[in-house]
Design a protein around this ligand. Structure first.
Ligand SMILES: [Cu+2]
Length: 158
């Protein structure tokens, strides 16, 4: 088939042009991949299985993902603040539903806390490795008012 080699070379030329374009704008490339990651996360409200490590996005006023499962043992959690206020992530072992922790002066009870990633400024992120026993957990932002505004999620370890 005489047409094929020509078509193949044309594709190569197009691919080469595309690659050169990407190379000239690293920033464009990483922005695109960040946007793809963000949309993948926001499209999936269902439970996310965390395998050893998980990134949790904090915005005003929710966590994404807001429902996690994990195996017992070590779980490295990275909490990234992409909101416009300070946020934190406190992990509490409790059988209570995520939205039913006792609240006093705008803050939820942290009884059963197994550790936390303390307040992060907008644009900042921090990580902590939790050692998890089987059970039910709730993670919350306990900046006053944020828990009630919706910053809570559930983690099931089994
Ligand atoms: Cu918060």
């Amino acid at each position: 088939v005489p047409g094929r080699p020509f078509a193949f070379l044309t594709l190569l030329a197009l691919a080469g042009g595309g690659l050169a374009g990407c190379g000239g704008s690293d920033q464009g490339g990483s922005t695109a991949s960040a946007a793809a990651t963000a949309s993948a996360a926001s499209v999936d409200p269902a439970t996310t299985a965390a395998k050893g490590a998980i990134k949790v996005d904090m915005t005003n006023f929710r966590f994404s993902p807001s429902s996690l499962t994990a195996r017992p043992g070590r779980l490295r959690v990275t909490a990234a603040n992409s909101g416009s206020e300070e946020h934190e992530l406190v992990l509490i072992r409790t059988d209570a539903a995520a939205g039913s922790l006792p609240v006093k002066k705008g803050k939820a009870s942290e009884q059963g806390s197994v550790g936390e990633i303390s307040q992060q400024r907008p644009g900042q992120a921090a990580s902590h490795t939790f050692v998890l026993k089987p059970g039910r957990y709730v993670y919350i932002c306990n900046v006053p008012g944020h828990y009630q505004a919706g910053m809570r999620g559930t983690l099931t370890v089994r």
